[in-house]
Design a protein around this ligand. Structure first.
Ligand code: BEZ
Length: 250
């Protein structure tokens, strides 16, 4: 995952990412356990875990976000590490991750799951959420249409698996799947340009070789088309679908 984040904007305008993560914390069984928050970003959920009595450590591949995490929560430990390549001597009771794994290519998921398996104690819990099958189908569909209208190919930059596909990967990595749910969660975005800002923040890869003016044109046209479906009672929404799972290392 080699993403350059605008950490301040992410923290200010996309706070819902960690707000929704609180329900995931409630899936942890037990008190005072050691928890690795994998892909901790700005550390907001590492802080929540710690506030709920867990011995939480955050790990992230982004130096920009880690800097914000360390500045915001100097009392906590944050480690630099990539989910696909990390290795740790310490074994944790829980590996926790919110809204991270869809950034990892399908080919790299087995490596990441093996690292998580190795980081857990026997009996350890793996609790996570990512974008699931059908996530942002309206947004990516509209962008694809606008790319193709201009003779360009749109490649979806995320991995959004179904329950069956991901449960199978978890089992291959040695986990027992205890719980897996796929559900819609229309999510309110902040501000009058909420959807435009969301696309600019999160959908960067397809625009890497696209001229800036053309990028603006594509995004503005997609946003215009999406208004009918994703602008509801004066607010912009993202058509999220979540895949939420709990698995254990036997
Ligand atoms: C998600 O949380 O589902 C997500 C966020 C940003 C980009 C893609 C997916």
């Amino acid at each position: 995952m080699n993403i350059k984040w605008d950490g301040e904007k992410y923290t200010d305008s996309f706070a819902f990412v960690h707000r929704y993560g609180n329900a995931l914390i409630d899936m942890i069984d037990g008190q005072g356990l050691s928890v690795l928050d994998l892909g901790c970003g700005n550390g907001a959920l590492t802080k929540e875990l710690s506030a709920k009595g867990y011995d939480a450590v955050g790990m992230d591949a982004s130096k920009e976000l880690l800097e914000i995490a360390r500045r915001s929560y100097p009392e906590l430990t944050f480690i630099h590490g990539d989910a696909v390549s990390f290795d740790t001597d310490k074994k944790y009771d829980v590996v926790f991750s919110n809204a991270v794994f869809h950034w990892i290519d399908k080919e790299n998921q087995p490596r990441m799951l093996l690292n998580v398996y190795n980081a857990l104690k026997n009996g350890g819990q793996f609790i996570f959420e990512l974008g699931g099958f059908g996530n942002n189908v309206l947004i990516h569909g509209a962008l694809k249409t606008e790319f193709e209208k201009r003779g360009k190919k749109y490649t979806m930059p995320f991995y959004f698996p179904s329950i069956g596909e991901y449960a199978s990967l978890l089992e291959k990595a040695g986990f027992l799947v205890r719980n897996a749910v796929l559900f819609d969660r229309m999510t309110e975005l902040e501000g009058e340009n909420g959807l435009y800002d969301w696309i600019k923040m999160f959908v960067k890869k397809p625009f890497e070789n696209v001229d800036k003016n053309l990028e603006e044109d594509i995004i503005n046209s997609a946003v215009h088309k999406l208004k009918e479906r994703l602008f509801i009672n004066g607010k912009w929404y993202s058509d999220y679908v979540r895949l939420r799972c709990k698995a254990v290392k036997p």
